[in-house]
Design a protein around this ligand. Structure first.
Ligand SMILES: NC(=O)c1ccc[n+]([C@@H]2O[C@H](COP(=O)([O-])OP(=O)(O)OC[C@H]3O[C@@H](n4cnc5c(N)ncnc54)[C@H](OP(=O)(O)O)[C@@H]3O)[C@@H](O)[C@H]2O)c1
Length: 283
C-alpha cells in the first residue's frame, strides 16, 4: 500500500510527510510517568466547530461526513500508544445499541493491522486497559473486553448509586470513586490510574470528559482534526460544554498537517496542541 502524503504546515520548514506513522513518531507513550500520567485526547470538528449534530429527538450523533479514513488511521495510531483508554457509560450504551463501532481494542480494524506488532516492539502490553467514566453506572460491558483480556475499571463520583456500585463490585470490577459529587474529577482519576501503573491515558470519551480534564489541568495534548466543511445544523454539540474555561483552555500549536482531500472530498487539517497550564512534557 502506498501511504498518503500530507503537507506539513507547522513547524517550518514544512514539506511532504507520510500519513502512516505520523503520530506513532510522536512517541507519546514515553512522555508520562506514574506520578504524572500523560493525558491526551483527539476530536474531529467541522470549520464551524461542530463535533456532533442532534436529531429531532435530541439524540447526538457524529455525521459521517466528519469522519474520514485518514483521520481514522491517525486515531488508531494514537490509540496504539495508550496503556489505558478512558471512555464513558454513554459510549458503551451506544456500542450495545449498534449506534457506534468498537474502538476499545488495538488491531481490530483493517486500517491498523500493523499496530499490535508495533506495540509489541515498543514493549507495550497487547491491549490497553479500559476505564469507563459514568455517574449513572448504568451501562453494559461489551464481551470484547473479556475476549481481549483487558483490565477494566469503572470511574465514578461519591454520589454514585449504591446498588449499581455493589452490582459492579460483585462482578469483580474495581470501581474508582474519584469525584466529590456525581461526576469524576479529572485530577483524582489521573492520580488513581498513575497509582495503578498507567502512564499514557488516551481520552476517547466525549466533550464532558474533555472539559473535566482540561479544567483540572490534566490534559497535556489535544489532537484535533478540522475538516473543511461548514456543517450548520440548528442543534449541535461542540468540544467543551460548561462555564468559560479561561486560561485553562489556552493552547499552543505543536504540529499542523494539511490533507488536501479526505475520503469525503473536503480538505482537512490535523492539528496538535499542547495545553499551557496542563501537565505537558511535550516539546
Ligand atoms: N467528533 C468527535 O470527535 C466526537 C468525539 C466524542 C464524541 N462525539 C459525539 O458527541 C456527542 C456527545 O458526546 P458523548 O455522548 O460521547 O459524551 P458526553 O456528552 O461528554 O458524555 C456522555 C456520558 O459520559 C459520562 N461522563 C462524562 N463525563 C463524566 C464525568 N466527569 N464523570 C462521570 N461520568 C461522565 C456520563 O455517563 P453516564 O450517563 O453513564 O453517567 C455521560 O452521560 C455524541 O454524539 C458523540 O458521538 C464526537
Amino acid at each position: 500500500m502506498v501511504s498518503k502524503t500530507l503537507i506539513q504546515l507547522f513547524p517550518l520548514p514544512g514539506g511532504e510527510v507520510s500519513l502512516e506513522g505520523l503520530y506513532l513518531k510522536e512517541a507519546l507513550f514515553r512522555r508520562g510517568t506514574f506520578e504524572r500520567p500523560f493525558v491526551y485526547g483527539n476530536f474531529l470538528t467541522s470549520l464551524d466547530g461542530r463535533i456532533a449534530l442532534e436529531d429531532d429527538k435530541g439524540m447526538a450523533y457524529t455525521p459521517s461526513s466528519l469522519t474520514t479514513s485518514d483521520d481514522f488511521r491517525l486515531f488508531l495510531e494514537l490509540q496504539a500508544q495508550a496503556d489505558c483508554l478512558i471512555t464513558h457509560g454513554g459510549y458503551l450504551r451506544a456500542l450495545d445499541a449498534g449506534r457506534l463501532g468498537s474502538i476499545l481494542q488495538v488491531g481490530t480494524h483493517t486500517a491498523g493491522m500493523d499496530l499490535p506488532e508495533w506495540r509489541r516492539q515498543q514493549g507495550l502490553s497487547a491491549q490497553p486497559a479500559v476505564v469507563i467514566a459514568s455517574a449513572s453506572l448504568d451501562f453494559p460491558l461489551p464481551e470484547s473486553l473479556k475476549a481481549h483480556d483487558q483490565k477494566v475499571y469503572i470511574a465514578t463520583g461519591a454520589d454514585a448509586p449504591e446498588a449499581r456500585l455493589s452490582f459492579w463490585r460483585k462482578q469483580g470490577i474495581e470501581v474508582l470513586v474519584v469525584g466529590r459529587g456525581a461526576l469524576v474529577d479529572g485530577d483524582l482519576l489521573t492520580r488513581a490510574l498513575g497509582d495503578r501503573g498507567y502512564r499514557t491515558l488516551y481520552l476517547i470519551a466525549g466533550p464532558q470528559m474533555l472539559e473535566t480534564m482540561t479544567r483540572e489541568s490534566c490534559l497535556a495534548v489535544l489532537f484535533q482534526t478540522i475538516t473543511h466543511q461548514l456543517m450548520g445544523g440548528e442543534a449541535f454539540r461542540t468540544l467543551v460544554p460548561g462555564p468559560v474555561l479561561g486560561p485553562f483552555g489556552h493552547l499552543k500549536l505543536v504540529t499542523l498537517f494539511y490533507d488536501q482531500a479526505g475520503s469525503n472530498g473536503a480538505g482537512q487539517w490535523f492539528a496538535q496542541f499542547k495545553t499551557i497550564n496542563g501537565r505537558t512534557d511535550s516539546p
